[in-house]
Design a binder for this molecule. Structure first.
Ligand SMILES: Cc1cc2nc3c(=O)[nH]c(=O)nc-3n(C[C@H](O)[C@H](O)[C@H](O)COP(=O)(O)OP(=O)(O)OC[C@H]3O[C@@H](n4cnc5c(N)ncnc54)[C@H](O)[C@@H]3O)c2cc1C
Ligand SMILES: *[C@@H]1O[C@H](CO)[C@@H](O)[C@H](O)[C@H]1NC(C)=O
Ligand SMILES: *[C@@H]1O[C@H](CO)[C@@H](O)[C@H](O)[C@H]1NC(C)=O
Ligand SMILES: *[C@@H]1O[C@H](CO)[C@@H](O)[C@H](O)[C@H]1NC(C)=O
Ligand SMILES: *[C@@H]1O[C@H](CO)[C@@H](O)[C@H](O)[C@H]1NC(C)=O
Length: 487
């Protein structure tokens, strides 16, 4: 549930205030470092972009990606259109994502929004009305003033969350997730030691609100803004990652990194093997099964950035001969994304043929799916009535054929994408380190505080700054101080 909470939190980021007059207080006159980035998702590609910004042309950057650029951001073609099947929702106030899309000229498509229903397995406890005012009254009726108090609480948190943009613009960087969260708001680092339920209860929220916490998200995402899918990147979110890579001018190596070891001169040796063509679109996260020893290759680097999840159970990268043991927390949750082009049987979802509900969110974790929603494509088409009927179902286990036959009276196509989606959070979450060693960094440590595109970019900016300070051996490198007012 923390995950949902985090998405909600990111969805409401308040505007950033950064000082206009900035000046870099560091000089730059050392030899260019060789830097390896492992992972070409939004985290790895934005690391490459930020490194290029900091080092300008004074760094040689290799980016290793064994699958497709974009990672957990991917689209799937159905009936001539493309659909997001991984990370999809970007709120207009996700500062970095907004900046990138406008910088790269990736036009935002107009939103495609539908009516939401909250389903508890037996009935719809809430349904959107066409009138926003009516929605608010309905929510008040069910949750009382908790609705209003939740908005106040999130507003306050979001103001504090937005501090990260100012801190990063000024060049502040953190060795671990705890210290990053603490600088944003001391309360954030405390929150990670507490379940969302316990945390909300501590604020005096009622059980109904908490047990239907997803409602809180709906409130955040749907209640406050007229349309949650307000922000769609044409061509799909993975286009942002592709553009970041292009603008960073990093060399793109289609290789799977198998091993990292110290090279005896205070630097690192990265060993990798060739992978199948990335266009084969294997959607599963990491797939180290087909390594042929013959094409193993090693290269030396001054700095290594790992921009992929590292967990106890799913570690395709071996750390060999380091004097320190690396301890990565937990595991990632599996999310199955089933994309169906076909005709829904309304009765199977306890709806009547006249019910205008396009997005079903589930408040009961025991149900076989988490969400069931009608999709719009990411292409530069106008949204129109002749879009194919495409549905996306998220579930934690694969759906059986029989079950799909109950939900759909007719199916033209069915595609299943199996993701290791985001961390499984414990209520007393151990937070990881961005700095594994001086010179070796891990972007995805940030996912243990919250897993979303914007979070990976924040992690990437932090790691780029750490690498820059390390290389210049100057903790003030990259720091920008507001200029003093001249006379
Ligand atoms: C179904 C789903 C829905 C989501 N919905 C949203 C949403 O609505 N909004 C939102 O903001 N976020 C959402 N997210 C989360 C978001 O997609 C992720 O937080 C973000 O994309 C993570 O990016 P990343 O670059 O950190 O990691 P990844 O995208 O996982 O990138 C890591 C890359 O590293 C590569 N790699 C791994 N190991 C190696 C190796 N040894 N050698 C070479 N390459 C390697 C992988 O192939 C992968 O491409 C969703 C995620 C999923 C799965
Ligand atoms: C976390 O990082 C900060 C500096 O950013 C450091 O002072 C602190 O000791 C670190 N904490 C742990 C547990 O490593
Ligand atoms: C959880 O958060 C509440 C405040 O919301 C606090 O009262 C409680 O002590 C916290 N529990 C833990 C274990 O930190
Ligand atoms: C690790 O260290 C041992 C002993 O020094 C050495 O034999 C081995 O080759 C090293 N492995 C790698 C991958 O460098
Ligand atoms: C049905 O799917 C097939 C491919 O599976 C596709 O060629 C065809 O155009 C689809 N039909 C419609 C009506 O979209």
């Amino acid at each position: 549930m923390l995950q949902v909470w985090n998405l909600c939190l990111l969805g409401l980021l308040t505007q950033v205030r950064t000082s206009k007059a900035l000046r870099d207080v560091s000089g730059f006159d050392t030899a260019p470092p060789k830097i390896a980035i492992i992972g070409g998702g939004i985290g790895g590609t934005s690391t490459a972009y930020f490194l290029k910004e900091l080092f300008e042309d004074n760094a040689i950057i290799d980016l290793y990606e064994s699958g497709a650029i974009g990672g957990r951001l991917a689209t799937l073609p159905i009936a001539g259109y493309n659909y997001e099947v991984g990370g999809s929702i970007i709120h207009p106030k996700n500062q970095y994502m907004v900046d990138f899309t406008s910088k790269f000229g990736l036009q935002k498509s107009r939103a495609c929004s539908g009516n939401v229903g909250l389903f508890n397995g037996e009935e719809y406890v809430y349904r959107d009305d066409s009138y926003k005012f009516v929605n608010f009254v309905k929510l008040l009726w069910r949750y009382g003033w908790d609705v209003y108090r939740l908005k106040q609480l999130t507003d306050e948190m979001l103001t504090n969350f937005a501090r990260i943009y100012t801190l990063q613009t000024e060049g502040h960087a953190y060795q671990n997730v705890t210290s990053l969260l603490y600088d944003m708001d001391p309360m954030f680092s405390k929150m990670t030691h507490n379940s969302s339920a316990a945390w909300l209860k501590g604020f005096g929220f009622h059980d109904l609100m908490i047990s239907e916490l997803i409602t809180a998200v709906t409130l955040c995402n749907y209640g406050q803004t007229p349309d949650v899918h307000a922000f769609v990147v044409r061509g799909g979110n993975k286009r942002v990652a592709e553009e970041l890579l292009k603008h960073s001018r990093a060399a793109y190596l289609r290789r799977l990194v198998a091993e990292i070891t110290p090279n005896g001169q205070g630097h690192f040796k990265v060993t990798s093997s060739e992978t199948e063509t990335p266009d084969s679109r294997v959607f599963s996260e990491e797939n180290p099964s087909n390594i042929a020893d013959s094409d193993l290759r090693s290269q030396d680097y001054d700095i290594v950035v790992i921009a992929a999840p590292l967990t106890k159970d799913n570690n395709n990268i071996k750390f060999v001969n380091f004097t320190k043991e690396f301890d990565f927390p937990g595991h990632y949750e599996r999310i199955i994304c089933t994309m169906v082009q076909g005709k829904v049987t309304p009765e199977s979802l306890l709806l009547t043929p006249d019910d205008a509900i396009d997005e079903i969110l589930v408040t009961n974790p025991k149900l076989m799916f988490n969400s069931f929603g009608k999709q719009c494509p990411v292409d530069a088409h106008d949204y129109s009535y002749d879009n194919p009927d495409v549905w996306k179902i998220f579930s934690s286990a694969p759906l059986e054929e029989d079950q799909l036959n109950i939900f759909f009276s007719k199916r033209n196509s069915t595609n299943v994408i199996d993701w290791l989606a985001y961390p499984h959070y414990d209520s007393d979450q151990k937070l990881g380190d961005f700095e594994l060693l001086p010179g070796m960094y891990h972007v995805n440590a940030i996912e243990w505080a919250g897993s979303a595109m914007e979070m990976s970019i924040i992690g990437a900016k932090n790691v780029a700054l750490l690498a820059y300070k390390y290389w210049l051996q100057n903790p003030n490198a990259g720091m920008k101080m507001p200029l003093k007012d001249e006379l």
